[in-house]
Design a protein around this ligand. Structure first.
Ligand SMILES: O=C(O)[C@@H](CO)OP(=O)(O)O
Ligand SMILES: [Mn+2]
Ligand SMILES: [Mn+2]
Length: 559
């Protein structure tokens, strides 16, 4: 805020008492949709979530979790964990990376900042490498932004460009990688016709190459390093369209898990390893899956895997991915300044906080929740526990994931009475939903529901309050549909499986013995979204939210 009168002190709420233990559950990828057989949440046995919905109509509602409600450019943008948890934690809607990059490209400001000046130094003598997710999913990156960037850099002196593509199939349909690579190849051919030496240099599937997160499996980043920097991969092709088509022929491969490949010249030599004097831009705007590669590209001292070579490059991120680590130090677009998050306020007001998830979502309830900052605000009041995720498997193989372990940790934290807020993320609906395996996703939803029950039982025992919500949809719709909602079929008559998030709203339920009988959801915030949750939770802790927070969802009526 910067104003001299600023204070972290929150006003006491006139109607909500302090000192209640709050169990705050985020079901990842758990939206609300019409019941049908592709709605895994509906198909699964979910007695706990069902009872929240039907048991107390004044204490269950839907909130918006996509599009402008979470700071995304348009209402066609599905929700995602980054923007969802940012909104949940920050209590306000910030224009998010996708939008900020759009604006910077449209105004040309992206080419005026320090980050671009820095990489531009390499344009005369070196190669510009662009590494990122190739799709129009809009969660981590967008093809149209890459296209504008290619045009912009070539107009501003980049003479040799190499694109290192990561295929998607998670935010977009599996198999769509071929079309995206064709589009990019076409653009690069147009650049070549204008005298720019532009080519795809390497590729691989996002879940197998480069885009790991929260240090779940550094092998993923290493595979990317080998292909992108060293020019080494198990598969070599003369062109990327052929690479993706050929590698997809193996039924074990899909877009998300395509093995790494490099493009080679007629002599079999990789066309685009990264060498001294080159510039590198990672063009994803979203943070979590770029932090690890950013460390490998930026840190002089790095010993997590053998980089073999550490080229002297100029590296910039599309955004700065970690505000606390200041990583990367150079970036093209300034990230949203998500300040004064609810977590920081509550800690300043003495609220003792416990947060837990398993590795694949750990940063969601900590890093994203706290406005893309790693670490504690106050380590004597906070405890964050990460339960190691399974690695090297797709989660349809173990759809229960670590839901039980997370719930038990939360239960113990609640029963210990050492914390005022116990916050968890239950990943199942999302992580298994992304595999496109409908049966496994049903198992996943049941496991998440059972975990919720354990946490609610603990809250019951300590006389606390629960808040159960979600960050965006996923498991509630597993099929691509036409405009009238009918499932779409592919050319073989099979349904087109939807692995992505959705545009659906998500539920929020409150309750527990600590909640006074007259507390209910207000009727006058019909468009409420995830950003309204922070003020709500602050009230339940006994505080009035800061005046610029989105409105609370709750009120107290005299019975
Ligand atoms: O896996 C991810 O990176 C995204 C989808 O691209 O999912 P979520 O936003 O739920 O983390
Ligand atoms: Mn999520
Ligand atoms: Mn997801």
């Amino acid at each position: 805020m910067g104003t001299s009168g600023f204070s972290w002190k929150l006003e006491d709420h006139p109607k909500f008492p302090k000192g209640k233990t709050i169990g705050l559950v985020v079901l990842d990828g758990w939206g609300e949709a019409n019941p049908d057989k592709y709605n895994c949440i509906h198909v699964a046995e979910t007695p706990t979530m069902d009872s929240l919905k039907t048991g107390a109509p004044d204490r269950w509602r839907l909130v918006r979790a996509h599009g402008k409600a979470v700071g995304l450019p348009t209402e066609d943008d599905m929700g995602n964990s980054e923007v969802g948890h940012n909104a949940l934690g920050a209590g306000r809607i910030f224009a998010q990376g996708a939008k900020l990059v759009d604006l910077a490209l449209a105004s040309g400001k992206i080419y005026e900042g320090e980050g671009f000046e820095y990489i531009k130094e390499c344009f005369d003598a070196g190669t510009l490498h662009l590494i990122g997710l190739l799709s129009d999913g809009g969660v981590h990156s967008r093809l149209d932004q890459l296209q504008l960037l290619l045009k912009g850099v070539s107009e501003r002196g980049a003479k040799r460009i190499r694109v290192h593509v990561l295929t998607d199939g998670r935010d977009v349909l599996d198999g769509s990688s071929v079309g995206f690579v064709e589009t990019l190849e076409n653009d690069l051919a147009n650049l070549r016709a204008k005298g720019v030496d532009a080519q795809i240099a390497s590729g691989g599937g996002r879940m197998y190459v480069t885009m790991d997160r929260y240090e779940n499996d550094w092998g993923v980043v290493k595979r990317g390093w080998d292909a992108q920097v060293l020019g080494e991969a198990p598969y070599k092709f003369r062109n990327a369209v052929e690479a993706v088509k050929k590698l997809r022929e193996d039924p074990k491969n899909n877009d998300q898990y395509l093995p790494p490949f490099v493009i080679v010249d007629e002599g079999g030599k990789a066309v685009g390893p990264i060498v001294d004097g080159d510039a590198v831009v990672t063009f994803n705007f979203r943070a979590d899956r770029m932090v690890m590669i950013a460390k490998a590209l930026e840190y002089e001292n790095f010993d997590i895997f053998d980089r073999v070579r550490f080229p002297k490059i100029r590296y910039a991120g599309m955004l700065q991915y970690d505000g606390e680590l200041k990583l990367p130090s150079k970036y093209l677009v300034s990230p949203p300044e998500i300040d004064r998050t609810s977590g920081e306020y509550l800690v300043h007001n003495g609220v003792r906080t416990f947060a837990c998830s398993e590795t694949v979502k750990f940063g969601h309830v900590t890093f994203f929740w706290n406005g893309n900052r790693s670490g504690y605000f106050n380590s004597s009041l906070e405890e964050y526990v990460e339960i190691p995720s399974d690695s090297g498997i797709t989660f349809n193989v173990e759809p229960k994931m670590k839901a039980l372990e997370i719930a038990e940790k939360a239960r113990d934290a609640i029963l210990s009475r050492k914390f005022d807020q116990v916050r968890v993320n239950l990943p199942n609906g999302d992580m298994v939903g992304h595999t496109g395996d409908i049966n496994a996703t049903v198992v996943a939803c049941k496991a998440a529901d059972e975990a919720v029950k354990i946490i609610l039982d603990a809250i019951e025992q300590v006389g606390g309050i629960y808040v159960v919500t979600a960050d965006h949809g996923n498991a509630e719709d597993m099929v691509k549909r036409n405009k009238s909602g009918q499932p779409l079929l592919d050319k073989n008559g099979n349904i087109q499986v939807l692995t992505s998030h959705t545009l659906q709203p998500v539920p929020i339920a409150i309750g527990g013995p600590g909640l006074a009988p007259g507390v209910r959801f207000r009727k006058d915030v019909p468009d409420g979204g995830l950003a309204n949750v922070a003020a709500t939770v602050m009230n339940l802790h006994g505080f009035v939210a800061p005046s610029d927070y989105e409105a609370t969802l709750i009120e107290v009526v005299d019975n």
